[in-house]
Structures are given as C-alpha cells and as structure tokens.
Design a protein around this ligand. Structure first.
Ligand code: ADP
Length: 341
C-alpha cells in the first residue's frame, strides 16, 4: 500500500516563488527514503504539504490513502497525530523534563494517565534514555536531545515519521547513531522520510534517495548515494567509526522488542528478532575483516555474546508464539502485547 502519493504537485508561494514543479512520486508503507537537495530545492515544502502546513497550488497529496490536500482544518490535528515529526533543532520544551516532553505529545491526544505512564518509559528505553527521564533538556548532549525528539515522535505509535534534517545539529558519531536508531524504527514497520544534507550518512545507509533540484525530482534511486561516486563504502564505514559497534546495546534491543510488542504495526516478532540478529551478523562480518588486534577480538566476543542472547530470546519467542497459536486455536486469543508484561 502507498503511504504517500504526490500526483502532479505544484507549489507556488503567495510571493510567486515556485517551490515545486509538477512532482509525482509515491512511497510505500515501510520504506525509508532520503529526500536530498541543495538549500531551497523544495524539501521542506514536501514535508509541509504532508502535514497540511501548506496546501499545493495544484495536484494531489495523499497520506495513508487519504487525500490531505484541501483537508478541512478540523481534521488536520488527527492527521498530525498519525505522523511523528523530528526536527533539526529538536524543539524540546526547556521547562519540562525528558519524560514530561515525551508525555506531552501523548497528553495532547487525550491519552489516559495510565497509558502515558506505561508508554513513556518504554520509548525512553527504546532510544537509550531511560536513565535521563528526570533530566531537563539543557542538561542533555546534542545526541541525547535528538533521542528525546525521536522518543516524542514515536510515542503515539505513528505509521509515518518525517525527519527534517535530523542530524543537522549533530557531530558525525551522534548523527550516525541517530540514523541507526531511525533505521531500527523503520525495520519495525514505520515509514520514514528523512530530508538531509548529510552526504556521508546517505552514502553509508544505502536507502532510497529522492533528489530535488529547484523543485523538480532529478533522481529517484533505490540504494542510492548522495553523489553517484563509487567509493569503498564498507571500508570507509569500518574506518570512520569503530564506535558503531556499541550503538546497539543488548538492553536497548530488548526494549525495542518489548516496544514492538506493544505496537500494532509489528507483523511478526520473529521477523524483528531475525533482523536484530542479522544486524549483529553483518557487523560481525565487518569487524572480522579487522580481526588483528586484541581490541577487535574483545568486540567480536561481545557481539557473539549478543548473538547468543538474541538466539535465546528467539527460541523463547518461538515457544511463546506456538503457545499463542495453541491458545488461539482453543478460542482463547490473547492480546500479543500482554506477553511481555
Ligand atoms: P529546502 O527545504 O530544500 O531548503 P524549501 O522547501 O524550504 O527548500 O524552499 C523551496 C523554495 O520555496 C525556496 O526558494 C524558498 O525560498 C521558497 N519558500 C519556502 N517557504 C516559503 C514561503 N513561506 N514563502 C515564500 N517562499 C518560500
């Protein structure tokens, strides 16, 4: 199913600036797409059309199969609740703690206090900030600030996340960790559109790339680079940032599984665990190439331990799934979210 569809969209601002010229593209549910282009190319205009902050001058924009161009104002807040927004400058409320910032995104939807108390710690675990719940934004590093931004975007379980320059204010190491987090969220089924200038990250991640130039789409490429230059990406990846091995601690992975269980969009928890395993495996292969130093051996050992842990989780999970199947065939169907509670 198409999560997003732009059909012959033009956007001319009231001062006569033509920001988008007849653009058409679609994004399927579950895709991860980078929208790239120079400043002024039209990236933010695409985001604003998706959130109904602006209306197209011509053409149609649909989100989740629903036409949003011309959506009556009273429906706009409902649309925005289905979309998680991540901003370059994080946009946290300085007078509220980390947990309160995330909770606020639920409060405005009218969620119950019980549900807020349940979900906020869960998403903070997913982004690796469970120990910072009571800290104020001024006490956070840039990377942590953006993790709060991601937790806030995630907390209402959106089908779509729009990230406008999410790594624009971060150093390369934190930028990479934030993208890795978004990639994990995407594996859980959430569609992600990330507008960015960050060519290193785009090249490393090899996702679909939509390139805009002066309001037109000049490239739509799967597994694309920022520029079409062939580089030894894998080698650069290892050399660039040996920290990436630690961007996925086991407790975050477990929190993620629990989070996925509590959302309705995970199709199958075994698939999710498989993808976590593959993540470790591919990282292990990359590091095997550098298996020379004691330090690397230590890292490999840790990865092996994590793979074993996840395998154990997987077999436990298969056991639970077969019990669930038995229960459901016996007419005793349970909410899958209850399994890990
Ligand atoms: P990007 O996000 O790629 O930097 P934008 O979508 O913000 O690009 O802008 C595309 C073009 O539209 C630019 O020429 C910009 O100056 C113009 N533009 C953006 N917003 C407005 C506005 N509210 N009024 C007039 N022109 C605008």
């Amino acid at each position: 199913m198409n999560m997003i569809e732009f059909k012959d969209v033009n956007k001319i601002y009231p001062n006569g600036t033509r920001a988008l010229h007849d653009i058409s593209f679609s994004v399927e549910s579950g895709e991860f797409v980078f929208v790239i282009g120079e400043s002024g190319a039209g990236k933010s205009t695409i985001v604003k059309l998706l959130t109904c902050e602006e209306q197209p001058s011509h053409g149609s924009v649909t989100v989740g199969g629903q036409e949003v161009s011309g959506l009556p104002d009273k429906y706009v807040p409902f649309l925005r609740r289905k979309i998680g927004m991540i901003f370059q400058d994080f946009r946290l409320i300085p007078s509220r703690t980390v947990a309160e910032n995330v909770a606020y995104a639920m409060e405005v939807t009218g969620a119950s206090a019980k549900e807020i108390m349940r979900r906020v710690p869960l998403v903070l675990s997913v982004v690796g900030l469970k120990n910072k719940a009571d800290v104020y934004p001024a006490q956070l590093s840039g990377g942590e600030g953006q993790r709060v931004g991601i937790a806030r975007a995630l907390v209402n379980n959106p089908r779509l996340i729009l990230a406008d320059e999410p790594t624009g204010n971060l150093d390369p190491v934190n930028g990479e960790a934030i993208m890795a987090l978004l990639e994990r969220i995407n594996r859980n089924g959430t569609t992600i559109i990330a507008c960015t200038h960050d060519q290193n990250l785009v090249n490393k991640m090899q996702k679909r790339v939509l390139q805009l130039e002066k309001g037109t789409i000049t490239r739509d490429e799967y597994c694309g680079n920022y520029y079409c230059v062939s580089t030894d990406r894998e080698l650069n990846y290892i050399g660039d940032n040996s920290e990436s091995v630690s961007d996925f601690p086991a407790d975050e992975a477990e929190a993620f599984v629990e989070f996925s269980e509590s959302t309705s969009q995970t199709t199958d928890r075994t698939n999710l665990l498989d993808s976590l395993l593959q993540d470790s495996e591919s990282r292990r292969k990359r590091y095997s190439a550098l298996n020379r130093t004691e330090e690397m051996k230590e890292i490999l050992k840790k990865i092996d331990e994590r793979v074993k842990q996840r395998e154990a989780m997987r077999s436990q999970n298969e056991m639970l799934s077969s019990r669930e199947a038995q229960d459901s065939s016996a007419g005793n169907k349970k909410d899958p979210g209850e399994f890990f509670e």
